[in-house]
Design a protein around this ligand. Sequence first.
Ligand SMILES: O=C(O)CCC(=O)C(=O)O
Ligand SMILES: [Fe+2]
Length: 362
Amino acid sequence: MSSLTSHHALPPFPDNVTSAPLVSVSLAKLEAGDEGASKAFFTACKELGFFYLDMLGSTLGEKIVAEAEELNKVQAEFFKLPNEVKDIYGRPHLHPFYAYRFGEGEDFDGKAIRNENYNLRKDDILGQCERLACHSMILQHQQLFERYVYHCRAAVDCLLEHLNTHLQLPKGTLAKLHRIHQRSGDHVRFTQAPPQPWSDDRATRGQHTDFGSLTILFNWLGGLQIRKPNTDEWVYVRPIPGSPVVNLGDAMVKFTAGILRSNVHRVVPAPGEQGGLIRNSLVFFSRPEDSVVLKRLSGGIIDAQPVSEQPELEMTADEWIMKKGTGQLPGVFTAKGGFEYKGYGALPATPAPRVAPVAVKA
Ligand SMILES: O=C(O)CCC(=O)C(=O)O
Ligand SMILES: [Fe+2]
């Protein structure tokens, strides 16, 4: 596998930092319906909401790994474009969310730097909407993007099917909420952070849960941290060649009334020697279809989850993404059916559009 990835060309992730206890789940085994792998996967989705998806030995998985390596080169090329060129594709003028964006920082010498990301939506890539303007170098790699989207979605569909089974939902329940050819907030994200000193402020502001369903994240360097459940302890996630990190987002918590976990995480400078390098990560976010209302599903083991008297924010996936993605819903949404606002500033002034009873994790 090491020849399939470029990790060997980078300084190693240090051994002297505590790393996150992510289990490894084999995609090949899940594809083959292996019961042990499926159980371990479901446990990881409930307990941590993060795991490694080992792509080795899966034809689909190895394609995804090879394509991620190619896209990693494309993103390095994209971020090298002059700032004024990248700004053409920036938010909010191009789009409030599916666009280029940067936050300002300082390098070790106090020089201004950009921490950048660029969201490319699935519906643009697959020609399912009027395409947002993008640079010609993105268009030159159209086929690669298309293959990547189809392949990541095939892996996501496999995971959703296993979840569907464990949740004892009617066959195809989750699949029907995530049809690839319907409009949704699925997107590919390029990210880049230059070497920079630790900043408490940036670390705190960066804490988040993902908004959607399942995220497939390729890391080449450390820097991703997760907060261990029920603690204030942050631990680094060690990058493993050929095994992207998969995590669950808010939608899965809402659909399952808190059975599944969307864990808080953040990105900080890579530890050790790796901290001297530009850090890129490549993210594929899957989301429910735009028109799906984010609320608990009926059926299977979800029906046994308690219902709280507290009102729940209830809106479509599209509304949720746009509000969360543009800072209108501060705070994180984790496993207990509610927001955590601590440390995230003031609550939004206007209440959310609709309310419904909230489900609280047992
Ligand atoms: O860069 C990373 O490792 C994680 C990025 C992330 O959490 C996100 O973009 O939501
Ligand atoms: Fe994230």
